[in-house]
Design a protein around this ligand. Structure first.
Ligand code: RAM
Length: 514
């Protein structure tokens, strides 16, 4: 690993202090099987918090509390005994759910390929009652199922209180109100998107506060863009840029994600597109802040990412597609990523050219311009299929949504043809589609780019509006309206239901609709 201790120290000095907000239970609920509901589960109130406080619970009793919204934080419980003096420890099991599925489907049924340790549960033994307990782990949830596994034949327990100290580094007071003229569904979508971003804003921009609870650069890029229009926490973006810049992989590549604990360190995952996004995140940050110091400091690392990206070009000027690399683009098993990677390279070269021009780095500007020409011409010669009217990718000339969207964002075609490309895409709808909100974000950004604002809004309303209709408190890592249990990891239980890359409706609304 290449460590620049000074940059890492600067990142650590920017560690934000988190705001804490105490939130109370809103309801006691049941989760009921219902084929018509999202993922087959709906919630129903079973009693009020007041009724619940008056009840006592013995062996094998359980209840589910509902906080009424999604939160990230530390849970406190106040428990007392009822009946004879407690003559045995209390044994409790807690299960946390962002969504009803996590409460209703036993975690033992999980068979996905990501670690089951992400599923949020806790086993507690309480020796002395009454007790006030603060759970040491941070949880991310709306619902908690509490199972009293055992008391004794002589006593039961009652709960005086369960609450959550919710934490975030996103200060809602910084977020401007939307104009009253906007339609109600857009205002509501904006609110949910902001809540999504806020719950992901911790001591870094996390991808998902349930999972993976870490800083990924692809997620950061979109969060930072949404943050500039909402919380305006510039220091948090700066901290994240320093973390990525300060800890690179052996060959100089910016890593795909970093961990903060027990000390800041970079993961060994290398993603072709994510490394290049260091350049565009830096450019966006500079545009939002005009912070020349950070730009001067991090430019050499950004420039190096472009040079590393260019090294993957074959002698035609096309990104080599073999089994030795991983470019993220989207979660999609069939997707060939050559054309989208080529386009991400061009897109980031263009961001880099802007920065080189701002910095007056003539040599860099010249180098980058040459590479833009090379890769653009090569894209037109080898990836553009005149008959299909689409860009093709990989050995088999695959036509996908992702390839067209990224080529549109890279503005490889002149603007009128770029708009036509997207029209054709919507009309012909190639079968290799999009999986994540991350990819949908890019479709919508591309539509705004070519001036198809109405279509952009319609797509956003259909997709994120679908999540709203399906009961989203925060927007999800994955949403397939035709397969609502879809997961890239083999189980919907492990999907993240508050996910960074899904927060961007607020960015679109505030950038293009206000
Ligand atoms: C998943 C996460 C994360 C994403 C990576 C590539 O693990 O959802 O957000 O950036 O994949």
């Amino acid at each position: 690993m290449l460590i620049d201790q000074q940059l890492v120290e600067k990142a650590e000095k920017l560690m934000p202090s988190l705001q804490t907000n105490e939130v109370e239970i809103q309801n006691i609920i049941e989760v009921i099987a219902d084929d018509a509901a999202f993922q087959g589960w709906r919630i129903k109130q079973s009693m009020t918090p007041q009724e619940w406080k008056e009840r006592s619970y013995g062996k094998n009793d359980s209840f589910i509390v509902d906080f009424g919204d999604h939160y990230v934080g530390y849970v406190k419980l106040a428990i007392k005994s009822v009946g004879s003096p407690p003559d045995a420890p209390l044994k409790l099991k807690l299960t946390f759910g962002e969504m009803p599925c996590e409460i209703a489907e036993p975690f033992e049924s999980y068979e996905g390929w990501l670690s089951s340790s992400w599923l949020q549960e806790e086993l507690l033994f309480v020796d002395v009652l009454p007790a006030e307990i603060r759970l040491p782990r941070r949880y991310c949830f709306r619902y908690i199922k509490v199972e009293v596994l055992d008391t004794s034949v002589k006593y039961k327990v009652a709960f005086d209180d369960i609450h959550c100290d919710a934490v975030t580094s996103g200060d809602i007071l910084q977020v401007a109100a939307l104009p009253a003229s906007l339609p109600q569904d857009i205002v509501e979508m904006d609110r949910i998107a902001i809540k999504t971003l806020q719950d992901c804003m911790q001591t870094v921009f996390e991808d998902g506060p349930k999972r993976d609870r870490r800083l990924w650069i692809g997620d950061l890029r979109l969060q930072a863009q949404a943050n500039y229009y909402t919380f305006q926490n510039y220091d948090l973006v700066k901290r994240c840029l320093y973390l990525f810049g300060g800890m690179r992989l052996e060959d100089g590549t910016v890593g795909a994600c970093v961990f903060e604990k027990p000390y800041a360190h970079v993961d060994d995952t290398k993603l072709y597109d994510y490394a290049l996004f260091f350049v565009s995140v830096l450019h966006d940050y500079y545009e939002a802040t005009k912070d020349m110091d950070v730009l001067l400091e991090l430019w050499p690392i950004a420039m190096e990412q472009l040079e590393i990206g260019v090294k993957r070009l074959d002698d035609r000027g096309i990104v080599a597609d073999d089994s030795t690399w991983w470019c993220f683009t989207d979660w999609h098993d069939e997707l060939n990523k050559q054309a989208s990677a080529q386009a991400v390279l061009i897109y980031c070269l263009k961001h880099g050219r802007e920065l080189a021009s701002i910095l007056g780095k003539q040599e860099h500007y010249k180098y980058i311009t040459e590479k833009i020409q090379l890769t653009t011409n090569a894209s037109m010669q080898y990836l553009w299929d005149e008959n299909e009217g689409f860009f093709v990718s990989g050995e088999n000339g695959q036509v996908s949504w992702a390839s067209q969207i990224w080529m549109a964002l890279a503005e490889v075609l002149p603007s009128e043809l770029n708009a036509l490309l997207l029209e054709r895409l919507l009309e012909e709808s190639p079968s290799v589609g999009m999986t994540t909100p991350y990819m949908y974000h890019h479709l919508i950004e591309a539509l705004f780019l070519v001036g198809h604002n109405e279509q952009a809004i319609t797509q956003m309303q259909a997709y994120w509006g679908g999540m709203m209709q399906d009961g989203a408190d925060t927007f999800w890592e994955l949403y397939n309206p035709n397969d609502k249990k879809q997961s890239p990891y083999g189980s919907n239980l492990i999907n993240s239901y508050c996910h960074a890359w899904s927060c961007t409706p607020t960015y679109f609304i505030r950038k293009y609709l206000v």
